[in-house]
Design a protein around this ligand. Sequence first.
Ligand code: FPP
Length: 242
Amino acid sequence: MAKDTSDTAQGPAHVAIIMDGNGRWAQQRGRPRLFGHHAGAKRVREIVESCPVLGVKYLTIFAFSTENWKRTQAEVSGLMRLFRKYFEKEAKALFKDGVRVRFIGDRIKLDEKLVTLMDNLELHTAGNDRVHLTIALNYGGRDEVTRAAQRMAIEIEEGRLTHAEVDAETLTRFLDTRFLPDPDLVIRTSGEARISNFLLWQSAYSEYEFVDTLWPDFTAAEFSEILSGFGARERRFGGAKV
Ligand code: FPP
């Protein structure tokens, strides 16, 4: 059932983050963009670790978009190498911290070795429930909805679904995020106030927070401060205050 209003005093259960500003952070230091991505990866650990303390059960982070392939080949392959290294190296710590890791996005364009590491990480952490970390990799909101529509069309063609059954709830079940609640809060770092194709369907009623900090400088303390501010918001989900 759709929500009408909600009490925000408990803080957001699901926070989604657009981790922007790695490139500028590196450029300000006269270093290559990849240096910024490596610094950004270190921040991921700090923010994930802060989640249980801050009452955040679900954290979804935007690691690579369907549009990021347009970057130079050197940056794209450097990022893919960074993901491989990160998923390999961090697996133990994530497991130990009770983090359940899942991925959203289209895996078809990703290299086999990376996909195997992603599958293993999902499998290895499947029993964890302390924090649910979802990593969006080769993810785009429009691409996700398009793939969901294609899968629904196949089900209709094969007689497992009728067109009359296609409603918002059914579509939600075909999305990559079917295992997740909608985000309560979406944060974007680096001063840009755009959504950039992130969780388009799911963030229909999310609160947004745009901060100037570049992602490699984003600390757990700033995260905590933003979450405290969330308590003052009144969410109406299209309903009216009575
Ligand atoms: C946007 O900054 C950031 C990305 C496209 C990559 C995000 C990746 C990480 C934070 C690395 C680690 C992630 C994981 C899951 C290990 P930008 O390069 O667009 O910055 P700019 O706008 O300053 O150029």
